[in-house]
Design a binder for this molecule. Structure first.
Ligand code: 13P
Length: 251
């Protein structure tokens, strides 16, 4: 079953990167991808929106996908500073991350907002990567699986299919901290996510579930081998070509 789900290694550059460094990194990833000749896994990079078009141009023809880090739910209108999914696609994006914990915290995004953004991605013809994950307090209170269930039920739009959805499990306490859950904890969370998706859609068995949170070259083999893990959503380590390519190799 697992091999029918093509692994996806996604890099979330967050608010990092000025043009020169970003284009150098994108170029290194594109040549790394070409050299490796991987056609059994997918690589995605999500640069800041200012660099989306330039990065898309820099990786053109390499097979590396480019995505946005967020989008507005509407296609256009009076929303100063926001970007629509249509604009991301127009700039070269094929994917968009929605509901990242930093958006949920910094911009108070609710599950309903995240769901609307995922629907916006569909409307624009790009693939949403819907992020969920518990805080440390929620984990310590034994509420992890319940929190994931509520976030999924609220954030995944009706009509979801495996071809139209990627889910990323990112425990908030593991993001940027160097801490990771054990592989058993990751497997338990992913198994539960797949089970909950089973109540929301017909082909939940084929949805790709990414793990995110302090993934790096040295722990990628172990984390990616956990049950029901079909790839990774990588923050800090995606800013270094050799680290990101090492994670891709581990997939
Ligand atoms: P780190 O890999 O830096 O922990 O970040 C994970 C993340 O938030 C990716 O979206």
């Amino acid at each position: 079953m697992a091999r029918t789900r093509r692994p996806l290694i996604a890099g979330n550059w967050k608010m990092n990167g000025l043009r020169a460094d970003a284009l150098a990194l994108a170029g290194e990833l594109a040549s790394g991808m070409k050299q490796a000749g991987w056609n059994d896994r997918e690589l995605l990079i999500c640069p800041p929106a200012t660099l989306l078009a330039a990065v898309a141009e820099a990786v053109k023809g390499s097979g590396v996908f480019v995505g946005g880090q967020d989008c507005h739910a509407k296609a256009s209108g009076a929303h100063t500073g926001d970007l629509s999914a249509e604009m991301l696609r127009d700039a070269g994006a094929s994917h968009v991350i929605v509901g990242h914990s930093e958006r949920r915290t910094d911009h108070r995004e609710t599950d309903a907002v995240v769901r609307a953004k995922a629907e916006a991605a569909w409307r624009a013809g790009i693939l949403p990567v819907v992020c969920i994950g518990e805080t440390l307090a929620e984990r310590e209170a034994g509420r992890t699986l319940g929190v994931l269930e509520a976030q999924l039920s609220g954030s995944v739009p009706a009509g979801a299919t495996a071809a139209k959805l990627v889910v990323a499990y990112e425990p908030v306490w593991a993001i940027g901290t160097g801490k990771t859950p054990t592989t058993a904890e990751v497997a338990a969370a992913h198994a539960h996510i797949r089970k909950v998706l089973g109540s929301l859609m017909a082909d939940a068995g084929a949805v790709r579930l990414l793990y995110g949170g302090s993934v790096k070259g040295s722990n990628a083999v172990e984390l990616l081998a956990a049950g029901d893990v079909d790839g990774a959503l990588v923050g800090g380590a995606s800013l270094k070509a050799d680290e990101f390519l090492a994670i891709a190799k581990a997939a």
